[in-house]
Design a protein around this ligand. Structure first.
Ligand code: SAH
Length: 264
């Protein structure tokens, strides 16, 4: 039987040099320094894997793409993405690409996770309060969010992925991350109001429950369908809930799996 490659055998370090389309701003530079001093991510101890260098390259690229929130860069540098994908895919874990996680779903690109997290945080200096994530998937983004917020509630509608995320996350022992099994379109009222809501799956519109459960002063970031439904185009939507009402901003085009109803 052919042996599966062990991490990080086939990683191409030559691709990993910082692209630095823009020099990292001062805040990002100090976050990068802090990350580079980590012993190998919050979870590496005792596993004999050193993925720090390749993860640092990913963080440099994110800074080059314009991500500047030090907490986001630090979280992206800490969570070991290769632990959330199948062993056959670990050599691609730090590329800016989505990867299959089973049951027809995908782990989001690191660039998209970082972009959405930065939008959610709105430049806050400390951690966010309570955050709701719809679409736990393999649990990667939930782990990143748990370093950016005081409490994270993450909902998944597929039992198989809910269980997989639980397995993937066990070693991290993130006491502030709560995994829920259910239809995320109804949100999770018990944790409301949320400082931030983030969806990893895109629907035709944002469910009313999410808007109801968002705190005044809070922000929602979600992919939504734009244009003719048949065209299948999506854009990133930001909704700010203010005392005066909702303010919507449509940002760049994105590609997310569909937001579905019910559980399976
Ligand atoms: N953030 C995830 C990305 C997962 S892909 C990660 O880091 O891996 C999006 C996920 O949303 C899929 O697992 C899909 O099953 C889930 N999903 C789709 N509709 C949903 C719904 N109504 N409620 C909860 N999860 C949903």
């Amino acid at each position: 039987m052919k042996e599966l490659p062990t991490f990080p055998v086939r990683l191409d370090f030559s691709l990993g040099r910082p692209t630095a389309r823009r020099p990292a701003p001062a805040a990002a530079r100090s976050a990068l320094r802090a990350v580079s001093q980590l012993p190998g991510g919050v979870a590496a101890q005792g596993h004999g894997i050193d993925s720090t260098a390749v993860r640092m390259n990913m963080v440099h690229k994110l800074a080059g793409q314009g991500i500047s929130d030090p907490l986001v860069l630090s979280a992206m540098g800490s969570i070991e993405r290769h632990r959330f994908v199948d062993s056959a895919l670990v050599n691609q874990a730090y590329e800016d690409t989505s990867l299959p996680i089973g049951l027809g779903q995908t782990i989001s690109k690191p660039g998209v996770v970082a972009r959405m997290a930065e939008l959610l945080r709105q430049g806050a200096s400390g951690r966010l309060g309570r955050v709701l994530e719809i679409g736990t998937g393999c649990g990667y983004q939930a782990a990143v969010l748990s370093l950016l917020a005081h409490e994270v509630y993450s909902i998944e509608r597929l039992r198989g992925l809910h269980d997989k995320a639980r397995d993937n996350l066990r070693h991290l022992r993130l006491a502030n991350l709560h995994l829920l099994f259910g239809d995320g379109r109804v949100g999770y009222a018990k944790g409301a109001p949320y400082a931030a809501i983030i969806a990893a799956a895109g629907g035709e519109a944002v469910p009313q429950a999410w808007l109801d459960q968002l705190a005044v002063g809070g922000r929602l970031v979600a992919p939504v369908a734009v244009g003719a439904a048949s065209a299948g185009r999506q854009a990133l939507l930001v909704i700010d809930k203010t005392a005066q009402g909702l303010r919507q901003t449509v940002l760049e085009a994105v590609h997310f799996v569909p937001l579905k109803s019910g559980v399976a």
